[in-house]
Design a protein around this ligand. Structure first.
Ligand SMILES: Cc1ncc(COP(=O)(O)O)c(C=O)c1O
Length: 366
């Protein structure tokens, strides 16, 4: 037996442990802005729905309850502007789907998965788990006529850069992929967090014209609704592709637990908690952005999403170390691709008190 883990990259967060130990030694405690893990409360309406559905002795439906399927379709129509007939499927989180999508689609050795040059590491992991080759590219022309390409990931707003792909770019990607029979998977888990620009879903009518052939949009309630602990995500798009995912999952499982399905309905049907959470992140973003700028950082992109993508024009590990000595933990750009080694990623996911502490520490001379 060969160890599958040996085909995978080093687990990046383990590499951050030394900097974490330095930051944790700060007399006023660490301000952890590395992992984008929500810290605010789960909305009461969602917790109530989970509790009300907790008497769940039977197996849940892999396809999702009719109520959940309707809630997902309704949300995709409202929030993404998708007016056509969509396939929808709930997923255990979206990390799990990202990691297993190539496998679920039957992609394997000899195939290529294209991922953004700077991106969330799990796209590469998913390709490697399937035994496929990975190409990092943001340019369709650079890919040339490579017939081995089977799946292309896009992520807008991007983790880590906060860059938003404009409608024309999304259109080009979809038509390029359709001409070649390539599946486009668009990870849109930060769609509700546009600051200086409004992110557009790949499912929007302006992009697809209501024809979702070859297109999947991957969504998550982790950031939108502070539900990272519930593991609640979903995919919508090409009914044939979604049907294929369902057909494999009916055999392979990965079924979303029934109480989580009920909680997802409550989360999708309510926008008030999303607006309130946005306000919290907007205030933290303003505080961190101005403190970083005053401390000599340049902020790149970051027009949307849950992070500030910052640089001091030096190696990211030097910046991580400087920040750790002030008790602030940031994620090094190197985690997201070789082209990102001059940046650090600063998450907006800390309490107001910790964000204020970070701003005070950034005011000390660098
Ligand atoms: C771009 C991107 N996709 C997917 C995920 C996974 O989110 P979850 O598994 O909580 O839905 C994350 C988490 O940080 C992310 O940044």
């Amino acid at each position: 037996m060969s160890a599958l883990s040996s085909a995978l990259p080093d687990f990046p967060w383990d590499l951050l442990e030394p900097a974490k130990a330095i930051a944790a030694a700060h007399p006023d405690g660490i301000v952890d802005l590395s992992v984008g893990t929500p810290v605010d409360r789960v909305p009461p309406v969602v917790r109530q729905a989970l509790a009300d559905a907790s008497d769940a002795p039977g197996y849940p439906l892999t396809a999702g309850t009719p109520r959940l399927r309707a809630a997902i379709a309704g949300w995709l129509a409202r929030a993404c502007g998708a007016s056509g007939e969509l396939g929808v499927l709930p997923t255990i989180g979206s990390k799990e789907l990202v990691a297993w999508l190539p496998t679920l689609l039957g992609i394997g050795p000899g195939d290529v998965v294209v991922i953004p040059s700077v991106c969330y590491p799990t796209y590469e992991v998913g390709a490697r788990l399937a035994g496929a080759e990975v190409i990092r590219s943001d340019s369709l022309t650079a890919l040339g006529p490579d017939r081995r390409v089977k799946l292309l990931w896009i992520n807008s707003p991007s983790n880590p850069t906060g860059k938003v792909l404009p409608v024309e770019h999304l259109r080009k990607v979809v038509s390029w992929a359709r001409e070649r029979g390539v599946v486009v998977a668009s990870d849109e888990c930060y769609l509700s967090l546009g600051w200086e620009s409004t992110p557009v879903s790949v499912l929007a009518d302006e992009v697809t014209g209501g024809d979702y052939t070859g297109v999947l949009a991957v969504h998550s309630l982790s950031k939108r609704s502070n539900l990272a602990g519930y593991r609640a995500g979903f995919v919508g798009g090409d009914p044939a592709l979604v049907g294929e995912l369902l057909a494999v999952r009916k055999h392979g499982g990965m079924i979303v637990p029934a109480p989580v399905q009920a909680a997802m309905v409550a989360a999708l049907d309510d926008e008030a908690h999303v607006a309130a959470q946005r306000e919290r992140y907007a205030a933290r973003r303003d505080t961190l952005r101005s403190a970083l700028t005053k401390a000599g950082f340049e902020i790149s992109h970051s027009e949307a999403g849950l992070y500030l993508w910052a640089t001091r024009d030096e190696d990211c590990w030097v910046t991580v170390d400087r920040l750790a000595r002030r008790g602030i933990l940031a994620a090094p750009g190197a985690f997201y691709g070789p082209a990102a080694a001059g940046h650090v990623r600063i998450a907006l996911t800390a309490t107001d008190e910790r964000v204020a502490a970070a701003a005070d520490r950034l005011a000390e001379p660098f």
